[in-house]
Design a protein around this ligand. Structure first.
Ligand SMILES: C[S@@+](CC[C@H](N)C(=O)[O-])C[C@H]1O[C@@H](n2cnc3c(N)ncnc32)[C@H](O)[C@@H]1O
Length: 296
């Protein structure tokens, strides 16, 4: 999976407010409710990037917390460390650092964080029985292959982990629409699912695969619901990022033999609309919570 260019720090920080606005409140409430009686919650966040999921979720849990942030890209993890320290100080926590650990403390609430550089594929090795109660992953699972996600589901199940996964890509639509949108968006989605060294990423098929995977297992509850980015005409920087992703991916597909007839004109129409602040984009994702049958 690419971990450098596409997911660079500025992109992850750009998308943060869209992710926050998109998160599905019912899915989130189900997760918080499940842990409401726990005096302490232990969470492992996989594909942590620059720590966005921690920053968003840690405030939602009123209790003390223990976190592990697993991220493959050491540069993103380094940025996460700095970002978390700044966040904690701004929120009035006392901040202590010890190697790859951060400890935040504020009026009886303790948050311990371990920063782990490594692959989420090594999770079975990283997990001690009973060490964590919840696994979280935001904007990660659509990057995985069927085999990877299927193995992870088994690992989560085996370790009796509840799962909260958010912002899994499903579809996108421009407004105003263009007769050519369908064709290029389909090719963009085909690019997400192209053959890569690890196989094909699930892309838009991720949430169905996840839901079907858990349907085979005994669970106390599962809940899937949409989380939608609404990118408004004035959100020019976010639109710019999206158009860059589209352009790069579509050009890669045309270089692999797909017809590029009409692509330049389509991209130019979008750029003109962007400059005139006439472009709206809705990107549909889904959020998913499941809890093991053993507790709750
Ligand atoms: C779209 S980003 C999301 C980051 C973060 N969860 C957020 O919401 O901002 C996907 C992240 O998954 C990480 N990633 C990709 N493959 C990984 C792997 N095998 N193990 C751990 N992290 C991985 C990437 O480096 C990237 O930081």
């Amino acid at each position: 999976m690419p971990t450098d260019t596409q997911f660079a720090t500025d992109w992850l920080e750009e998308r943060y407010r869209f992710d926050v606005a998109a998160r599905n409140p019912k899915v989130e409430a189900a997760c918080l409710q499940y842990f409401a009686q726990h005096p302490m919650v232990s969470i492992i966040d996989i594909g942590a990037g620059t720590g966005a999921n921690f920053i968003y979720l840690s405030e939602k849990f009123p209790q003390s917390q223990q976190w592990a942030l697993v991220e493959l890209n050491p540069n993103l993890l380094k940025r996460a460390r700095e970002r978390l320290k700044i966040w904690a100080a701004a929120k009035g926590y006392t901040v202590r650092e010890n190697g790859q650990r951060l400890d935040f403390q504020r009026s009886g609430q303790h948050i311990h964080i371990q920063l782990l550089q490594g692959s989420l594929l090594e999770l079975p090795r990283l997990l001690q029985p009973g060490q964590y109660q919840l696994v979280t992953a935001s904007a990660v699972f659509d990057l995985l292959s069927k085999q990877m996600l299927s193995d992870l589901i088994q690992t989560f199940h085996h370790n009796r982990l509840a799962l909260l996964t958010t912002l899994n890509y499903e579809s996108m639509a421009y407004l105003p629409g263009d007769a050519e949108d369908k064709r290029w968006i389909e090719l963009y989605e085909a690019h997400m699912q192209r053959e890569q060294d690890f196989g094909r990423a699930l892309g838009p098929g991720c949430s169905d695969f996840l839901e079907n995977g858990y349907a085979q297992l005994p669970t106390a509850q599962t809940l899937r619901a949409p989380s939608r980015w609404q990118i408004e005409p004035a959100d020019t920087s976010m639109h710019g990022h999206m158009l860059q992703f589209l352009e790069k991916s579509l050009l890669e597909m045309t270089s692999m033999g797909h017809s590029g007839k009409g692509l330049d004109a389509w991209l130019q129409r979008k750029k003109t609309q962007l400059q005139a602040q006439q472009l709206r984009l809705s990107v549909v994702h889904s959020d998913f919570f499941t809890a093991p049958v053993y507790e709750g």
